[in-house]
Design a protein around this ligand. Sequence first.
Ligand SMILES: Nc1ncnc2c1ncn2[C@@H]1O[C@H](COP(=O)(O)OP(=O)(O)OP(=O)(O)O)[C@@H](O)[C@H]1O
Ligand SMILES: [Mg+2]
Length: 231
Amino acid sequence: MSDSEKRELIAEIQRQQNVLKALLDQEQSALTELAKRLWAQQESDKARLSRELHDGVGQLLTGLTRRLQTMAHTDPAVSELAEIAELALADVRQLSRLMSPTILDDLGLKPALNWLCRNLFEHEQITYSCEVDVQPDLPKDISILIFRVTQESLVNSIKHAHSSAVTVTVKQHFNMVMLNLIDNGKGFSRENITPGVGLASIEDRAKAFNADLNIHSSPEHGTRISLTIPL
Ligand SMILES: Nc1ncnc2c1ncn2[C@@H]1O[C@H](COP(=O)(O)OP(=O)(O)OP(=O)(O)O)[C@@H](O)[C@H]1O
Ligand SMILES: [Mg+2]
């Protein structure tokens, strides 16, 4: 084979490589779009369930609590029942809000994350700080991504880490948003854990947004989760 034939062959192989790469990129972005649509669907299913919980069981419990509270005036034994009904109502409300935080739509990311922290840490011996500094026009799907990653990570810190302090920070710089979640708990190493759905799910969500997710954790040194999302 002559030199010029070799050069042509190499050029042809490169052309074919480029075509293949373009096809792969197309497939990749189609998959990413599909994943995003799937999560959007999940979020709207959760919103529907959340409303049904609120308007169904929630309203029934509200009626029950009112009636028991009225009866408690004449029969003190009923006041205990009224308190139980009130607790059940508070639980249903909290579940409904965690499932679909309308506060995110109504007031934005900062109040929603503050509300999430207050709710999750209310009965825990954990001190926390939550600093959120983002533009008000942050896209809704990015807000949901940040909210869900924070929710999963904080629940993990409560469930697994036995930490005494947690910090949540969200900052926006030009065309990116950075989320940092730090706990001072017992940490973990990837080789020694039983994989759950939570971490895998936040990794998948991050990937779909081309976001950079880093989970730094080692036994006894706490856990730091950083998410950098391009806008
Ligand atoms: N902040 C943390 N501190 C200590 N260990 C953690 C922390 N986050 C996760 N882990 C460990 O990693 C494992 C996997 O976490 P992951 O969130 O994927 O699953 P899970 O919380 O066990 O279940 P779920 O599917 O409900 O989220 C946990 O079981 C736990 O051992
Ligand atoms: Mg989890």
